[in-house]
Design a binder for this molecule. Sequence first.
Ligand SMILES: Nc1ncnc2c1ncn2[C@@H]1O[C@H](COP(=O)(O)OP(=O)(O)OP(=O)(O)O)[C@@H](O)[C@H]1O
Length: 869
Amino acid sequence: MSLPLTEEQRKKIEENRQKALARRAEKLLAGQHQNTVSGSSIAAKPSRSKQGPSTHLHQDPSKSGSHGVVFKQQNPRSSSDGDQRPQNSHSFQLSTSEQAKGTWQRQEEMPTACPSHRPPNQVTLAGISPPLANSPPVVSSEQLWVYGLEQGQIQASHKTKSTPFVNTTHEPLARAKNFQETTASSSGQPPRDPELEARMARPSTSGQNVSGSVMPRPEERLQQKSGTPLHKAAGSQQGTCIKIGDRFQVKIGYSEELIAVFKSLPSRRYDPATKTWNFSMTDYGALNVKTRKWNFLLEEYSKLMERVRCLPQVQLDPLPKTLTLAFAAQLQKTSLCPVADIPEADLSKVDSKLVSSLLPFQRAGVNFAIAKRGRLLLADDMGLGKTIQAICIAAYYRKEWPLLVVVPSSVRFTWEQAFRQWLPSLSPDHINVVVTGKDRLTAGLVNIVSFDLLSKLEKQLKPPFRVVIIDESHFLKNIKTARCRAAVPLLKVAKRVILLSGTPAMSRPAELYTQILAVRPTFFPQFHAFGLRYCGAKRLPWGWDYSGSSNLGELKLLLEETVMLRRLKGDVLCQLPAKQRKMVVVAPGRISARTRAALDAAAKEMTTKESTKQQQKEALILFFNRTAEAKIPSVIEYILDLLESGREKFLVFAHHKVVLDAVTNELERKRVKRIRIDGSTSSADREDLCQQFQLSEGPAVAVLSITAANMGLTFSSADLVVFAELFWNPGVLMQAEDRVHRIGQSSSVGIHYLVARGTADDYLWPLIQEKIKVLGEAGLSETNFSEMTEAADYFYKDPKQQRIYDFFQKSFEEDGSDMELLEAAESFDPGSGSQDTGDTLDESTLTGSPLKKSRFEFFDNWDSFTSPL
Ligand SMILES: Nc1ncnc2c1ncn2[C@@H]1O[C@H](COP(=O)(O)OP(=O)(O)OP(=O)(O)O)[C@@H](O)[C@H]1O
């Protein structure tokens, strides 16, 4: 951020200039070393470099009176000078050969090892540099001399002005800072970053420590801390370094000396975007600022920075310290390839069932995590199996358990199931799912808790967990939320931090900050530095605005090098099955006591010997009915979590009208785009609604009846299907799945079955699996439907449960049983059922739902069920 010089500052500079001239004259008289024309007041000793810019210039044919400059993109490794060759006399070399000579002589006399010659007081006031000029600044040698002398004075006012955290009154920012302070003090020092430290300790090719040559000097540290650029002199050019691929780019306006420096570096290129430019000096001012970019190999970074420091009229913001450390090996040429090969991790101590199930890209993910010492953001696309990878990574560090798993509350039990499935060596008794604020957070070896409960159980976080998984880590994007305040300190001190999110940032880079902080607390300990670099921070009358974005390419590189692994579905499509089915165990904790009692009564009725067949079937219908009601809050919670996680378009299939109504009403309340197709939708409307959904952009949900919308419709623009309810006929379920898995679908499709324990799902789910297995054996269905829930705990030890299951099986397998069940349901008296149970549904979730009226309209469309469309 540069501010124009005030009148007072100008006067002071002029005064100082005069004084400096006088001093200079005295020095000359005293016979001291003279530096004839240069601005080399910063150079205490003249020293000639063998590789100095002047050598290049003199060898450069560009000097020979040509009239233009051609900039061509070159092979980055080419050392040719061909990318900047003047074609005519209006070249960069100034208009006369005399001038050029004068300039380059100055360069020649500059020491190359500038830092050692540079006076220590060369940090100047942040606000005095003018904005990037449109035309080359005209700076006389005298001016340069004076600027060099006067910087110490300017610095005097620098310190109090350049720390936005101190000065700003912007509340969120102030809070962010406080937060940083409190978390730092409450949790002690953040853990050291061994990876970066190792890099820093690695010797460079020149035998120097990376830190020795790359670490900024004190004034640069001040600059980085304050987030303000390092300024050299009034009137200096201000530029920035940005890392791009294995190169870094310099964005800066014209400076003759700087071009000489650039030319001295063999890897230079000009304007990678436009490849070739041909322009004269007179056109320079009109050039688009965006095109003034140079880029170099990373390994030349230190060399360039050292030389640029010698140019008082040029000021170049260095790469952030975090970047220079992250890429130290490349900056120092100790690594030839941009990303070092990731070694294969030794997973011999992890359950072989899990390890052998990993797909190749998942195995690579585990290797990456272990190479990063168990601290990473695994940002694979949705449905790529982040859970299995996270469990494997955590299992690798099993000696450091107890493990804490923080998840959205709608998937707590799915995680429990996943641990059971993938880690058979872990006794189920050692898995602790925290359900209420009174539960113990440390009761198990694996402790699963929701974000919201975590903030209520903060006191139980001492001693801290050493291994932590955070699912859907973008839930932590807002530093002001209670969940974030509870989680981030915990993560900063944990030894292993596994963040999972398919959408780490949904709208702006600022959302990434807390996640980066959690994985690498030392990277950007202050948000402002991050905000300036990557959030296009703007100072507004009310404070700082960090809602923008800047240097995104660099941010991506930094994240990928150090913190984040992200694979998109398209990258690994060939390794994925066409359909990925997932059983989601939804929260039984949300079933009220009265519904639970009603479910138990219905279950008892089904197996009572005294009951007639008809009574048993009615009890079965009642059981379904209560199941539907019991699941509504969890279903809605799950759908809202999906939307919050960035799922854009998906289908929700349900069976009972009460569920379809509740979901539709909630989406309406949340103003989410939706369509609904059930038995009451006319054929013409069905097609229109379908098209509407197919063409819609952004989040949209299709709420569909399992029986009325399982055929004849195409929803290939979605790639996820959620079954809010189960249905006993797997053929109907698979037809419903195929609404998205059909021609036009280019992605692997996710299918989520929401299953609630203690309900009819306990029996329906194994029943469906059993049927599919039989069909699979006959080559009539895919087999992986049942494989996915192999470890599901649905095998009945209790004889009563077994009897219910047998009854289910019998009821649904008898010829015409469906019809019987439907008839039985028709004869059911909803009114009496309603009064009997008087179940309370979550009012907040069901606002606006015409519950009383439709409560027992179990099947939304009998006709479509018996004769599907
Ligand atoms: N290697 C594997 N073998 C068998 N099943 C797998 C494998 N990897 C993933 N799955 C299954 O794929 C489904 C999706 O996996 P998971 O839920 O972990 O994806 P995710 O990346 O966490 O998705 P989201 O971001 O939507 O939560 C699950 O049913 C999971 O069990």
